[in-house]
Ligand binder design. Structure first.
Ligand code: NDP
Length: 618
C-alpha cells in the first residue's frame, strides 16, 4: 500500500482547486484507494485534494512585516493595501479570530500567497483561463502611458495572466463599500467553490453548463440548419417566394447532387488552401494559450482575396461560365455541406488524440456536443491552422464570389445591360464587409471563435456553408425578384450602412488595439477598469457607450443589406432576423464568459456601462 505523506490533524497548505493559490488546511482523513486527502479550509470548506496539491507549512517562507516585499502589490505604491478577494478567503469573523491566534493573519496569508506566485511553485490552473474565478475588485484608471511601467513590472507581465491567476491589490475603500462587495463576493465565491470543487473531484470529465441547449440543442441545430438551408434556397428560386408558398416543392434527389459540382467545390477549397500557404504577409502571434504558448498566424487573407479576384477574372476571360454556379447553386450548397460534415468528423476524430490542454474551453466531454461545438481548440496540420483558415478564406471569399455570380445571373436572367442599383448596393456593401474582415485579419485572433470555441461542426458548417450560401441570399433573391430603387432611397440606405460600418469598425479596432497594446499612447484618453486577470476593461470610448458596440454596428449593416430588396417579401430579411438571434445569443454567451473571467470587475463594468444592445430580451 503506498504510504501517505501527511497525517490526520496535520496543518498544511492546500492548493485551491483551479488556481495556483495555497491556503491553510487541516488534514481530516486520507482515502488509500483514491489516494485523496480530505482537507478542511479555515472557513470550514471540505475538499478532497491530491497529495501533489498539498505542501507542508514549512515550504512557505514567512515574511516579517515591514520587510520590503517583492510582491506585485508592493510595487504599486504606498496606497496599495493587501486585501485579497480569494476564493479561499475565510469569512470576516474567522479572519479576525485567526489574527489573534498563532495562525498567520489575513495580511500575512496574502503575502505568502503572492510570494508563492513568484516562485517556481506556481502551478498551472486546471482547465482554461475562461473558467477561472476572479473575484478581485478593481480600480478605475485612465489608460495613461505611465501605467506602462507599473504594468511592466507586474509579475512576468500581463501576458502570463493566461497562465496563472493574478492578484492585484486595490486601495482601501470605505467600509460600507467593502460590506457591499463582501456580500456580493460571498455569493460569487460560493458559486466558484461549488464549481471548482466539482472540477477537482472529477479528473477526466469536464463538468460545465452546456451552451446551445446542450446535447438536444446541438442535435437540433445540426439537423435543422442543413434543412433550413435547403428550404431557404428553394424558396428563393420560387417565382413567388411568399410564406403562403411554403414549403417549396422538393426537387428530385438527382437534382441535389452532382459529382462534378462537388469536384468544383473541392477545387475552390484547395485553391484557397494553396493561397493560404503562400509565404507572403506578416506572421503574428495569437493570444496566449493556457500553457502560455502563442501560436503563429500568417496574415495573407487580403492577398489571397486579390489573387482570387485575378484568377476568377482570368477564368472569365478564358470563357469560364460563372452562370454555371447559379444554375447549380443548390448542388454547390449541398456539396459544401457534405464537405463540412466530413471535415467535422475528421476534426472530432483527431481531437480524441490530442492532450487535454489543447481542447477547447467550450468542449464538455460529451461526444455529440463536442462534435458540434468543436473539441480541439486549434487543430493544425503542421503550421496549417484549419480553423483560422476556414474562418476567413473559402467561405468569406466564396461569399463575394457567390454575390458576383448573382450579379451576372441577374443581368442574364433579366436581360439587363447593367446590374440593378439594388444588386450593386448589396454587392458593394457585402464586398466592403469581406474586404474589411480580410484587411483587418489580425482582429479575428481576439474573437470568441478563435479563443474560445473549438473547431467542429458549428464553425465548419457556419464558415463553409452558411456564410457563402445564406449570406448571399439577398443577391440570390434579387436575380428573380427585381426591386427598383431610386437614388434618394439608395442614399438613405448607404448612410445607414456607413453609420453601421463606422460603429462596427471603430469599436472592433479600439478593442483590438487595446488588447494588442494596452499602453498604446493613442488610447491614453480612454478610461479602464483594472481586473485581477491582468487585462483591463475599457469603460469609455465605444465600449463605454454601450456593451458590445461592435454587434450594434454589425446589426445596422445587416439591415442595410436587406433594404435594397424592398418590402415585397420577408425572405431577404431572413439574414437580419437570424443575425439578431445569433447576436443576442452571442452577447449572452460572452457576458457569461466575461463574468466568469473577470468576476466583480465585470460587474463593475456593467454598472459603469449599463446599456446593452438587446436590453429587454434576456
Ligand atoms: P467581440 O469581438 O466583441 O469579443 C468579445 C470579447 O471582447 C470579450 O470576450 C472580451 O474578451 C472583450 N471585451 C468585452 N468587453 C470589453 C471591454 N469593455 N474592454 C475590453 N475588452 C472587452 O466578440 P465576437 O468574437 O463575438 O465578435 C467579433 C466581431 O465579429 C463582432 O463585430 C461581431 O459583430 C462579428 N461577428 C459577425 C458574425 C457574422 O456572422 N457576420 C458572427 C459573429 C461575430 P477579452 O477581455 O478576453 O479580450
Amino acid at each position: 500500500m503506498p504510504s501517505r505523506k501527511f497525517a490526520d490533524g496535520e496543518v498544511v497548505r492546500g492548493r485551491w482547486p483551479g488556481s495556483s493559490l495555497y491556503y491553510e488546511v487541516e488534514i481530516l482523513s486520507h482515502d488509500s484507494n483514491s489516494q485523496l486527502y480530505t482537507v478542511k479550509y479555515k472557513d470550514g470548506t471540505e475538499l478532497e485534494l491530491k497529495e501533489n496539491d498539498i505542501k507542508p507549512l514549512t515550504s512557505f517562507k514567512q515574511r516579517k512585516s515591514g520587510s520590503s516585499s517583492s510582491s506585485p502589490s508592493r510595487r504599486r505604491g504606498s496606497r496599495s493595501r493587501s486585501r485579497s478577494r480569494s476564493p479561499g478567503r475565510p469569512p470576516r469573523s474567522s479572519r479576525r479570530s485567526a489574527s489573534v491566534s498563532h495562525q498567520p493573519d489575513v495580511k500575512e496569508t496574502k503575502k505568502e500567497v503572492l510570494e508563492v506566485k513568484l516562485t517556481p511553485l506556481v502551478l498551472k490552473p486546471f482547465g482554461n483561463s475562461i473558467s477561472r474565478y476572479n473575484g478581485e475588485p478593481e480600480r478605475i484608471e485612465r489608460n495613461e502611458v505611465p501605467h506602462k511601467s507599473i504594468q511592466e513590472k507586474l509579475h512576468l507581465s500581463q501576458e502570463s495572466s493566461y497562465g496563472s491567476t493574478q492578484y492585484s491589490l486595490r486601495p482601501r475603500r470605505e467600509e460600507i463599500k467593502f460590506k457591499e462587495m463582501d456580500s456580493k463576493e460571498e455569493k460569487v465565491v460560493a458559486k466558484a467553490r461549488a464549481s471548482s470543487s466539482r472540477t477537482f473531484e472529477v479528473t477526466s470529465t469536464q463538468t460545465k453548463d452546456l451552451e446551445f441547449g446542450g446535447v438536444p440543442g446541438a442535435c437540433l441545430i445540426m439537423l435543422g440548419l442543413p434543412v433550413l438551408l435547403l428550404l431557404l434556397l428553394l424558396m428563393c428560386k420560387q417565382p413567388d417566394p411568399s410564406l403562403l408558398n411554403f414549403p417549396p416543392p422538393l426537387p428530385a434527389f438527382n437534382d441535389l447532387w452532382e459529382t462534378r459540382v462537388f469536384g468544383a467545390y473541392l477545387l475552390w477549397f484547395f485553391l484557397q488552401a494553396l493561397l493560404y500557404l503562400l509565404p507572403i504577409g506578416k506572421v503574428v502571434e495569437g493570444t496566449p494559450l493556457t500553457d502560455g504558448r502563442r501560436l503563429k498566424y500568417r496574415l495573407n487573407g487580403f492577398y489571397a482575396f486579390v489573387l482570387t479576384a485575378v484568377i476568377i477574372g482570368a477564368s472569365v476571360c478564358w470563357g469560364v461560365e460563372l452562370y454555371y454556379v447559379y444554375n447549380h447553386f443548390l448542388q454547390f450548397a449541398l456539396g459544401a455541406t457534405a464537405f463540412s460534415v466530413a471535415l467535422s468528423v475528421y476534426l472530432y476524430a483527431r481531437a480524441l488524440k490530442v492532450p487535454r490542454n489543447e481542447l477547447s474551453p467550450a468542449s464538455s466531454g460529451n461526444a455529440v456536443y463536442d462534435f458540434f461545438v468543436g473539441h480541439e481548440l486549434n487543430p493544425r496540420i503542421g503550421a496549417f491552422d484549419l480553423k483560422y483558415f476556414c474562418e476567413l478564406r473559402p467561405g468569406l471569399i466564396g461569399w463575394v464570389l457567390m454575390n458576383l455570380v448573382m450579379l451576372l445571373a441577374e443581368m442574364r436572367f433579366q436581360n439587363r445591360a447593367a446590374p440593378s442599383l439594388a444588386m450593386i448596393l448589396v454587392n458593394s456593401f457585402q464586398l466592403l464587409y469581406v474586404v474589411d474582415a480580410l484587411w483587418n485579419e489580425e482582429a479575428i485572433l481576439t474573437t470568441m471563435d478563435i479563443i474560445h470555441d473549438g473547431f467542429g461542426f458549428m464553425l465548419a458548417f457556419g464558415d463553409l456553408v452558411w456564410v457563402p450560401f445564406i449570406y448571399s441570399l439577398q443577391a440570390f433573391y434579387l436575380v428573380r425578384h427585381p426591386n427598383e430603387i431610386s437614388w434618394p432611397v439608395a442614399c438613405v440606405i448607404i448612410a445607414l450602412k456607413l453609420s453601421g460600418y463606422v460603429i462596427f469598425r471603430c469599436a472592433n479596432s479600439q478593442k483590438n488595439a487595446f488588447r494588442k497594446n494596452p499602453t498604446d499612447p493613442r488610447l491614453a484618453h480612454l478610461k479602464t477598469i483594472h481586473t485581477s486577470t491582468g487585462k483591463n476593461l475599457l469603460v469609455s470610448g465605444w465600449w463605454g457607450f454601450v456593451r458590445h458596440p461592435n454587434y450594434l454596428g454589425d446589426l445596422i449593416m445587416a439591415l442595410a443589406w436587406s433594404l435594397p430588396c424592398g418590402f415585397n417579401h420577408i425572405l431577404p430579411y431572413f439574414y437580419v432576423a437570424y443575425f439578431t438571434v445569433l447576436l443576442v445569443h452571442r452577447e449572452a454567451r460572452d457576458e457569461h464568459h466575461c463574468r466568469k473571467k473577470y468576476g466583480l470587475a465585470w460587474e463593475k463594468y456593467c454598472q459603469r456601462v449599463p446599456y446593452r444592445i438587446f436590453p429587454y430580451i434576456y
